[in-house]
Design a binder for this molecule. Sequence first.
Ligand code: MTE
Ligand code: HPA
Ligand code: MOS
Length: 784
Amino acid sequence: MRNPPAGTTEIRGRVNGGIVHDSAAKQAAGEAHYIDDIHEPKNLLHLYIAQSKKAHAKIIKLDVANVRTRPGVVTVLTAEDVPGINDASPIAGDDPVFTDGLVEYVGQALFAVVAETLEQARAAAAHAVIEYEELPAIITVEQAMAAGSYVLPSREIKRGNARDAINAAEHKISRTFEVGGQDHFYLEGQVALALPGEDGDIFVYSSTQHPTEVQHNVAKFLDLPDNAVTVQVRRMGGAFGGKETQGAWFAAMAALAAAKIGRPAKIRLDRDDDMVMTGKRHDFVVKFEAGFDKDGRVSGAEFILASRCGRSVDLSASINDRAMFHVDNCYYFENVTITSHRCKTHTVSNTAFRGFGGPQGMLAPERMMDVIATYLGRDPLEVRKINLYGKKTRNITPYQMTVEDNIAPEIINELEKSADYVNRRVAIRAFNETSPYLKKGLSLTPVKFGISFTATHMNQAGALLHVYTDGSVMINHGGTEMGQGLYIKVAQVVAEVLQVDIDRVKITATRTDKVPNTSPTAASSGADLNGKAAEAAAQTLKDRLITFATAHYNVAEHEIHFLPNRVRIGATEITFTELVQQAYLNRISLSATGYYRTPKIHYDAETLTGRPFYYFAYGAALSEAVVDTLTGENKITAVDILHDAGKSLNPYVDLGQIEGGYIQGMGWLTTEELFFDAEGNLKTHAPSTYKIPACSDRPAIFNMKIFDAGENVEETIYKSKAVGEPPLMLAISAFNAIADAISSVSNYRLYPDLDAPATPERVLKAVQDMADAARQTPVVEAAQ
Ligand code: MTE
Ligand code: HPA
Ligand code: MOS
């Protein structure tokens, strides 16, 4: 299934053309191998993790004697068994793998049972004697803010004087809202398989976006040098940020069992355990205030973002930084103050999730625009347009980066026309006037998302390329495949540089012993970084072949042309394979490495200013919703998307990312509700209570298009743009469409106080509040 279906998309070459995801057929047929599909090695052991039942407590007794004697149990692992450092954190050193006497969330690992079967391990775990001395637990952002409980110091970005500007403004509004977290709900849960080798070496199959970090953590945990640990991952069954850091503990536990007993060991979490034990998208409480003129142009804006980080730091520093970097979205705020509080709570440590804080930040200005529009009785799209970044002026972000590639106006205008915004707005208002219970809503929101890791040093990548003497090619790089189509994109790049068929390029599993010291595949930069590294490797090899051919055939360099699977050398034409064989016989190395680091970026972590992003990716979406005002039930009925992928490396893959991103964002903002009780127990830890979008939730009308004129102004790989995360934020239009439908209850005089996700309960409450408020707000008092 390598070739695109005939007549769908023009194939313009190996890159920019439509080539089907390398795993698509295998995944559809169930032939793609995930870690749990690897043939189980002889003598395999299984681990089960015993979890804390308390959110915050001292462990005064942890007696596993009775666990050890249960059937099938081979050993029990606790903190005392760790030869190295009992930590699997990315940065801060604050994520003990096994409890060190304190527990700080329900689900924290106490110990692991290692047994012949998973059932035996699970059954035995229940026989431990555990005594807790409970400590006061902080569960919510509000509690943390009241107690001054933070994992990291608060941060501020400030330009001009927002307070004075708001005070001096003709009009002002302010709102506070909550936006919920999100479980990653990857189809393949956290899993690791560890194999003991010679000399204490360990080989780990880990479902991870960050093999290098797993390698470091396993080595540190076992007191081994990094070179004794090899980590491999062929593909993940989804990751979405949830495997950027949080696969490391499981790999460490499996590795410890393998090292201690000298047998292979596997750990694979059940869905419920996975949901309870691993971190999620940060939920936020957001307050914004704006001062503006009669046209809705904002003169001063203040944002206060407080997020639930959970019990440890994890990636919360960069996640909250990124939230701050996205409260401007596509809008110029001349006077602006952005404050960020990173709350410590006794809940699981929250982590990366598609958008990495950006979506939570971006929701604030998008609600601000709607609240302003409602206040002024103007069209929300008009208010958005008036606040957009300019091209040459009004084009500096609050963090002092110049927006050099602003195509938001073009994208918005094109979508406004193609989706027939104006007429649909009129039609919906007419519908609502005559429909007593069902109310429709519409919203068009843009996206501008910064591309690069905000931690500058992470923006580097390596690749390894071999050409064999039969002309077949092997590519390996530091990026990981989680379904997003990175591997096929990188293979396309190699095929393009060498001008060989894509089928000739073998895609291989990511391994720490092939390409070392890699960054996580995250921040949407997988293809940008690894594509460039692979291009460099392929170019090095090609240059070597050219140098060889000039000497061998006695021709000038410009007389050598790489044609599809062939090479023209002066007047002769030979196959690529023939050239490779000749090069081999003349002792030319057919293996090369490539390396890339993103240019231009710099960023001062102290002042939060600089150019954290190489460029921005843009998009816009128009969503239409219908709300049942008697029950709060709601549905997104239609969506139109125009998204910028630069010059898309692979439109098939990119359209998949756009559609999946929107749907995942829609789930986050509508149905996916994480509910922790007062004791810190996650009550929604299975699909029965945590509702991700189903096929039937996909809007019946789903029009999407890649922005034709898209072309990266920067020198990215074949002028493409990153596409992994940005489309998630297109779903803000879904949330705002629901809010727009609710607003109709007040005849658009008021804007609802609606928290995300917009569950039926919340929508119903917002409808009722709005009806009450509308009764109490005489029409004459509404600002016009
Ligand atoms: N698409 C699929 N199918 N599965 C995933 O896990 N993760 C997203 C996005 N798209 C994900 C996905 C996230 S969080 C990121 S950062 C990017 O893919 C990472 O891959 P890229 O950098 O190659 O785009
Ligand atoms: N995005 C995703 N992951 C990261 C980032 C980022 O900006 N910085 C560090 N890890
Ligand atoms: Mo994606 S949240 O950067 O893994």
